[in-house]
Design a protein around this ligand. Structure first.
Ligand code: ZN
Ligand code: ZN
Length: 506
């Protein structure tokens, strides 16, 4: 049984609600990465399992756009120092292409979710506050301040200071949401009087003039949105942590039952192995620059693969994400056990095989169609099917450029590499010569034919087949190794091979 089904069954058994709301969310303070994606994929998998069981459920996503910028991250220009403490929705886009800082990081991620085929209802925290959705829960939080302090102290074991307030006003002079101190509340008029570090004294509305402290905000949000299930990073699930606090705030302040929790482990990024170093495994982090943004990895792998990479692992286990060879193994596994990628001919050509074909075609698409044809696939006339091939080839090219290990890359040599040829033995050259009679006019061997022929020649000349493979790679690719030789030879123009092999023993 897939873990998502086991969780869905447990939810139905333990909870009384007949309709479920699964909440996910993230703070768009930087690139939203593959580690962050785990939350959505986990929620999506459980949501699908519930729906398959006939349970009414919806998946939502809350973007914490009203959270302050915590510090100037290394990817931000110096002048962003002045924006620290302001809500992300109120800071300009550092790249200048979106309406705000928050949108700049959020939008590519939302586009990726659409690519991943995840249907999700989006809420932006700043809009929720500005529209007044929070007014009632803010009033409740303000009038129960003593209880909130006590709960936080009891659960976290941390002393809460006298000045602590559950509501953080947004200063209308400096724009920060982290520096004002509340002086007085006017609950009837839904306003708060504050004094800011910048010297400003002002009045802020409960409707967008500030936000709840985050532990309170989390519980308040469950009530506002009717959240019944929530996946979150295991850090929040620690005893005395934010989920424990939220649970008590929800029940004691808001008379609401906390959602069914689905804590999940981190996604660790295995970085590229640079020569002379060992691969490093680090937790993905936007602020430390150790991450791969979701929209970037989706340039190099099809969405179904990315989904598979994450959903195949149970939430309580960490995922070691290595976009290089291990990712290719997962693609192989997916194509073998679950289904081909793309439709029509594209679906029939394995990703790994296309790696070879794309490199033989040197990135030229019309040449690629010829190469595909020579490899024994009938190239379709249908425009849609051609588009599917183009799409899959685009993933292949991007993966090759960004993540492929050097031993998978090769360059078909347009002329015979004379220097390297000198390193081949006479028997190796003879073997190449013996391979060519197969190439008489009208005969186009397929990959299996080539493979068998190589072994025939090996036994006839008393050579090891690997010596012949090496010779083939050297004269075609100028390196001692390469893709499966049968595939390679079958996808090349026979006349080209004949000329090349002939030149070797001339
Ligand atoms: Zn932008
Ligand atoms: Zn201020």
């Amino acid at each position: 049984m897939h873990w998502s089904l086991a969780i869905a069954k447990d939810i139905v058994e333990r909870r009384e609600e007949k309709k479920h709301v699964l909440a996910t969310g993230i703070t768009p303070s930087g690139d939203i990465h593959v580690g962050n994606l785990r939350e959505i994929i986990t929620g999506d998998a459980v949501h699908s399992a519930l729906v398959d069981m006939g349970v009414e459920a919806k998946l939502i996503y809350v973007a914490d756009t009203f959270d302050p910028l915590r510090r100037r991250y290394s990817f931000l220009p110096e002048e962003y120092e002045t924006h620290v403490g302001k809500p992300l929705s109120e800071i300009p886009d550092p790249a200048g292409c979106h309406t705000s800082y928050a949108d700049h990081f959020l939008q590519p991620f939302l586009d990726s979710l659409a690519d991943l085929g995840i249907k999700i209802e989006i809420f932006k925290a700043d809009e929720m506050y500005k529209s007044g959705m929070y007014v009632d829960v803010i009033k409740e939080a303000i009038s129960r301040k003593e209880d909130l302090s006590r709960i936080i102290e009891e659960v976290s074991g941390r002393q809460v200071s006298e000045e602590w307030t559950s509501f953080n006003p947004l200063c209308d002079a400096c724009g920060r949401i982290t520096t004002a101190i509340v002086k007085r509340y006017d609950i009837d008029n839904e306003e708060v009087y504050y004094e800011c570090e910048c010297g400003n004294n002002g009045v802020a509305s409960f409707k967008g003039g500030g936000k709840l402290a985050w532990r309170v905000d989390w519980a308040a949000r469950w009530k506002i949105l009717g959240v019944t299930i929530e996946p979150f990073g295991k850090d929040h699930a620690a005893p005395g942590g934010s989920f424990d606090t939220g649970k008590r705030i929800a029940s004691e302040i808001y008379n609401y039952e906390a959602p069914y929790p689905i804590p999940f482990e981190h996604v660790l990024l295995k970085t590229k192995v640079v020569e002379g170093t060992k691969a490093k495994v680090t937790a993905m982090s936007s602020s430390r620059g150790t991450n791969i943004p979701v929209h970037e990895i989706l340039e190099a792998v099809p969405p179904e693969i990315l989904k598979h990479v994450i959903s195949r692992v149970r939430p309580e286990k960490h995922i070691e994400f290595n976009p290089s060879l291990p990712l290719l193994y997962l693609i192989d596994e997916y194509e073998r056990e679950i289904g081909g990628i793309g439709r029509g001919i594209a679906e029939k050509i394995p990703f790994r095989h296309l790696l070879t074909l794309v490199q033989i075609a040197r990135g030229d698409f019309s040449e690629l169609l010829k190469v595909i044809n020579r490899s024994g696939y009938e190239v379709p006339k249908d425009k849609e099917e051609i588009k599917e091939i183009e799409e899959k080839a685009r993933y292949v090219k991007n993966w090759l450029r960004e993540y492929a290990p050097p031993n998978l890359k090769f360059e078909l040599q347009s002329v015979l590499p004379i220097e390297e040829l000198k390193n081949l033995s006479e028997p190796q050259k003879t073997a190449l010569k013996l391979l060519t009679p197969e190439l008489q006019e009208g005969k186009t061997p397929n990959a299996d034919d080539w493979h068998n022929k190589i072994y025939e020649v090996a036994s006839a000349t008393n050579m090891e087949a690997k010596e012949i493979f090496k010779a083939i790679y050297v004269v075609l690719l100028k390196k001692p190794s390469g893709p499966r030789a049968g595939w390679l030879l079958a996808s090349l123009d026979t006349e080209f091979i004949r000329e090349r092999f002939k030149d070797c023993y001339r």
